[in-house]
Design a protein around this ligand. Structure first.
Ligand code: NAI
Ligand code: MG
Length: 491
């Protein structure tokens, strides 16, 4: 066991045109330590004027003839590799910033940093491999296509895994030659600001990477309504995802990628190895304090093993070590803020009122910081709020089912469609379920195997567009068709 030292804070200002700046209107907002409720630091808050400055900087940097635009594609790749090297060099420090601000354990944030670096490296390999086509078009023409950057990309990210959220978006956006303006969640600005300093150290030209901090309805809205932002990528709640889409429609129809919430089913069949399945289902819902978009938060268990499954899940849950996220023994830190704590407790109370059986947990821990007991419900039915709404906390719903047809129907009976999973030894079960479930990802006998190479995204109200892998690059690319008339005398 060891307790990791809290970090010194180095950057709290906006990052525009490769320099740290105060906000024009001298506004600041506090960032809070969720383990204690104390203020960590005051961050400069960007409003519309600051956003305008960031957009101008990003626009200038992506103009034809700019340093960034004329740079060899292979050199863009080298810059991304350099950024990955610097993130790797400072990974332990950056992890402490996230642990301090969002309460994820130091083990989780170190893991996030490692994955963030892998994502940037994956996209660093792409710039000089992105190319268009030559098309045998009808008539006396030759047609070629060119892949061009969309231009200025606004990236609005949530607080639950700040560095992964940043890396999965800036990686493909920069690889494709765009410029970016990142708006971190107001709860977690520090790692984005520190990484901004690393982009400068790596040698990215002025204006290519910018960070504007602040609240969603002010800073985020100014970006999503902006006439000169060409692309917006949003990760967060479904309700704000709708606002982003509306803002695009009301302004310049900027292209939108949305990665939103989920209520993902994980289905355990009678033939599963019960110990493995219990561990997997536990991991699927409790990892990262339960604050994960594709959390397997509806655990469907076939009736033959249901009672035993509940008993073992309760034992695992009750054994979780909750506490100081800087302690390497801790597996669950505090929830990110009071709003999330209250939302989780309110949903737990609704579960009890609606008749689910509270097997363990269910309460806030202490009155300092935002800690919640690991909680397990059994006898959950589909119409209960805990089975329908995204809880985003350490709360497991174990739901009984009998047949494949029934579990397919019930899995899909949701507004969401992000993740899903199945645990079984039967290939027939695997094929039937994975084809029928309406979700962007199906994990078979595993969960959360998310890699830089594999696309992730949502069906239905979990969003649209795909991130990670090659797909993500095309979210940031315009394909231009160039058709050239040819004299066919000599062809
Ligand atoms: P949120 O969706 O409000 O925040 C995510 C980001 O959007 C933040 O950067 C925020 O500043 C920004 N934002 C908020 N309002 C905006 C607006 N009007 N225009 C532009 N940007 C805006 O999420 P919040 O309130 O922190 O959490 C609420 C719930 O959302 C959670 O309980 C959870 O269910 C869900 N959520 C899902 C996430 C996911 O990864 N899918 C991540 C975070 C939250
Ligand atoms: Mg919100």
């Amino acid at each position: 066991m060891s307790v990791i030292e809290r970090p010194q804070i180095r950057f709290t200002q906006l990052f525009i045109d490769n320099e740290f700046r105060k906000s024009i209107n001298n506004k600041k907002f506090p960032t809070i330590n969720p383990s204690t409720g104390d203020v960590i630091a005051e961050i400069e808050e960007a409003d519309k004027d600051d956003v305008d400055q960031a957009v101008s900087a990003a626009q200038k940097a992506v103009e034809l003839g700019s340093e960034w635009r004329t740079m060899d594609a292979s050199q863009r790749g080298r810059l991304l590799h350099k950024l990955a090297d610097l993130m790797e060099r400072d990974a332990d420090y950056i992890a402490t910033l996230d642990t301090l601000e969002n309460g994820l354990t130091i083990t989780d944030t170190r893991h996030s940093l490692k994955f963030g670096v892998e994502l940037i490296r994956y996209y660093a390999g792409w710039p000089d491999k992105l190319h268009g086509k030559t098309i045998p078009a009808d008539g006396n023409v030759t047609t070629i296509t060119r892949l061009e950057p969309k231009g200025v990309c606004a990236i609005i990210i949530p607080w639950n895994a700040p560095v992964v959220m940043l890396s999965k978006t800036i990686g493909p956006a920069l690889a494709a030659g765009n410029t970016v303006i990142v708006k971190p969640a107001e709860q977690t600005s520090l790692s984005a600001l520190y990484i901004a300093s690393l982009t400068k150290e790596a040698g990215f030209p002025t204006g290519v990477f910018n960070v504007v901090c602040g609240y969603g309805p002010i800073t985020g809205a100014a970006l999503s309504e902006h006439m000169d932002v060409d692309k917006i990528t949003f990760t967060g709640s479904t309700s704000v995802g709708k606002l982003i889409q509306q803002a695009s429609g009301k302004s310049n129809l900027k292209s939108v990628t949305l990665e939103l919430g989920g209520k993902s089913p994980l289905v355990i069949f009678d033939d599963a190895d019960i110990d493995e399945a219990v561990n997997l289902a536990h991991f699927a819902v409790f990892v990262c304090n339960g604050q994960v978009c594709c959390a397997g938060s509806r655990t469907f268990v076939q009736e033959g093993i249901y009672d035993q499954f509940v008993k073992r899940s309760v034992e695992l849950s009750a054994a979780r070590v909750v506490g100081d996220p800087f302690n390497t023994n801790t597996v669950q830190g505090p929830q990110v803020n009071a709003q999330q704590l209250n939302k989780i407790i309110e949903l737990i109370d609704s579960g009890v009122k609606e008749g689910a059986k509270l097997e363990t947990g269910g309460k806030r821990i202490g009155n300092r910081g935002y800690f919640v007991e690991p909680t397990v419900f059994s006898n959950v039915s589909d119409d209960m709020r805990i089975a329908k709404e995204e809880i985003f906390g350490p709360v497991q719903q174990i739901i009984k089912f009998k047949t494949m047809d029934e579990v397919i129907r019930r899995s899909n009976n949701t507004i969401y469609g992000l993740g899903s999973g199945i645990v079984t030894k039967s290939l027939d079960n695997v094929l039937t379920y994975s084809q029928a479930v309406k979700a962007g990802t199906v994990w078979v006998n595993c969960y959360f195997v998310v890699t830089p190479q594999t696309p992730i995204g949502g069906y239905k109200m979990s969003g649209f567009g795909r991130e990670f892998g090659e797909n993500a690059l095309y979210e940031y690319i315009e394909e231009k068709t160039i058709t050239i008339r040819v004299d066919n005398k000599n062809s």
